[in-house]
Design a protein around this ligand. Structure first.
Ligand SMILES: Cc1cc2nc3c(=O)[nH]c(=O)nc-3n(C[C@H](O)[C@H](O)[C@H](O)COP(=O)(O)OP(=O)(O)OC[C@H]3O[C@@H](n4cnc5c(N)ncnc54)[C@H](O)[C@@H]3O)c2cc1C
Length: 407
């Protein structure tokens, strides 16, 4: 196999997901030499969530990108509803949030990433290399100096003063960097599939919950991206029970899908996504920092993982961009990123773990059809719906753009 010319840069970001693309954009905007490596050929993968939160839209405003961004096709959800044991229930009301956009924008994530990368490419210090899969770390005199990359045209080395692992929950960077991982344990996995959409289908919601089970439908124009929660490790048993049984289980949660459930006529159309919640004990070591799911894998519960990954990216740029423009950063500088972002991560992961233990387990529970007391309170006192809206829409310790813009 041929060897491609080496790349040298100030900062290397591994992974072109939300955390990586936002970090690349902000560093380039600050005039830092930055290279983003993404293993896929494009952003077009359907396993991604589609939620752009009010806090992210606020960041877009602060960056002067909001008007242009909102021209891309999207849906605006001002109130988030769920169908719980057959009752349609309003859960979060974004209309009172102290932000410019009082809604969640549903936009396929590849459009969001494509938008960020197209804007980042306008900065001269930015480079994105697709089909560049990092397979190992490089060391010189026992110090990390770069990464080893596999591409369709050969292998190459990329050297940098700082490497940021933004390569998601199966991160090669945290594995090869020998970071210690704390697993929180999750009792669910998700089956991921497509079902066509029809004109009179219900509007986008948080999901269809019934007695511990959950069906999520992401509106992608002419089809739904469907997520069906199952107990962890049960996929083989579900396969043995056969497709008709799975069809029946899905229809029990979303009866309007009955007329097209037969589209799922082959197991090849149904992918298993494993869900994890974990976090690194330390997010950094000399010349290496992990952020987003690479530092703390999030479950889909609450649809907050993308927001958290983006907030990590903003905090990283706020704390490191000006310093990196002047020269390499120290371990103490990297430590500050974890110090800033660890608390919101811990709180949100604790809530996700609670939801998986008590609310969405993938197993049929014996609870009755009545609504849980908290949800009844939301219906009696609509103002209370602002609380989940703040949690989902803004997260905890919302970050704002403080990193410099190069002239
Ligand atoms: C089934 C499921 C559904 C979810 N739905 C939602 C949702 O609706 N809303 C929400 O907010 N959160 C959701 N989440 C959580 C969310 O997906 C993550 O928290 C979020 O994507 C983290 O962003 P990230 O940028 O850190 O990592 P990722 O989005 O995972 O991006 C990592 C990137 O790195 C690339 N990469 C990986 N390895 C390498 C390598 N070796 N070399 C180069 N590139 C590499 C990957 O291709 C990818 O592009 C869901 C999670 C799951 C499991």
């Amino acid at each position: 196999m041929s060897t491609l010319p080496e790349i040298r840069t100030r900062c290397l970001v591994v992974g072109g997901g939300p955390a990586g693309m936002m970090t690349g954009y902000l560093f380039a905007r600050a005039g830092v030499d930055v290279v983003v490596l993404e293993k896929h050929a494009d952003f077009n993968r359907d396993f991604r969530g589609d939620t752009i939160h009010p806090s992210t839209l606020e960041l877009m405003y602060e960056l002067g990108l909001l008007d242009e961004f909102l021209k891309r096709p999207h849906q605006q959800l001002r109130e988030l509803c769920g169908v719980i044991n057959g009752n349609s229930v309003a859960i979060a009301d974004f209309s009172r949030l102290p932000t410019r956009c009082k809604f969640i924008a549903f936009m396929p994530q590849w459009d969001f990433l494509d938008f960020l990368s197209s804007r980042a490419k306008q900065f001269p210090t930015f480079a994105l290399h697709l089909q560049h899969e990092v397979i190992d770390l490089l060391f010189e005199n026992d110090r990390i100096s770069g990464v080893h990359v596999k591409t369709p045209d050969g292998e190459r080395e990329v050297r940098a003063d700082l490497i940021i692992g933004a390569d998601g929950r199966h991160s090669i960077i945290h594995t090869k960097g020998k970071f210690e991982i704390e697993e929180l344990g999750v009792p669910i996995d998700v089956l991921w599939m497509r079902i066509s959409k029809r004109k009179n289908d219900p509007p986008q919601s948080l999901g269809f919950f019934r007695h511990g089970k959950l069906l999520v439908l992401l509106d992608r124009g002419d089809y739904f991206q469907v997520g069906f929660v199952i107990p962890k490790g049960d996929f083989d048993a579900i396969k043995q029970r056969g497709l008709p049984t799975l069809h029946r289980d899905i229809i029990r949660l979303g009866p309007f899908l009955e007329d097209r459930i037969a589209e799922l006529d082959d197991w090849a159309k149904i992918k298993l996504l494993t869900v994890q919640i974990n976090r690194l004990r330390h997010w950094y070591r000399e010349r290496l920092l992990c952020i987003g799911d690479s530092a703390h894998a999030m479950s889909p519960a609450g649809g907050v993982g993308i927001n958290l990954a983006l907030q990590d990216a903003v905090a990283t740029a706020n704390l490191l961009a000006a310093k990196l423009r002047a020269g390499p950063v120290s371990v103490t500088d990297l430590k500050q990123v974890q110090a800033r972002r660890e608390w919101p991560t811990r709180v949100i992961q604790t809530m996700q773990a609670f939801i998986h233990r008590r609310v969405v387990t993938g197993r049929e529970s014996k609870s009755g059809d009545s609504l849980p007391i908290l949800l009844r309170l939301f219906q009696w006192f609509p103002a209370l719906r602002s609380l989940p809206a703040r949690f989902i829409g803004l997260g905890l310790r919302a970050e704002h753009i403080q990193s410099p813009a190069a002239n």
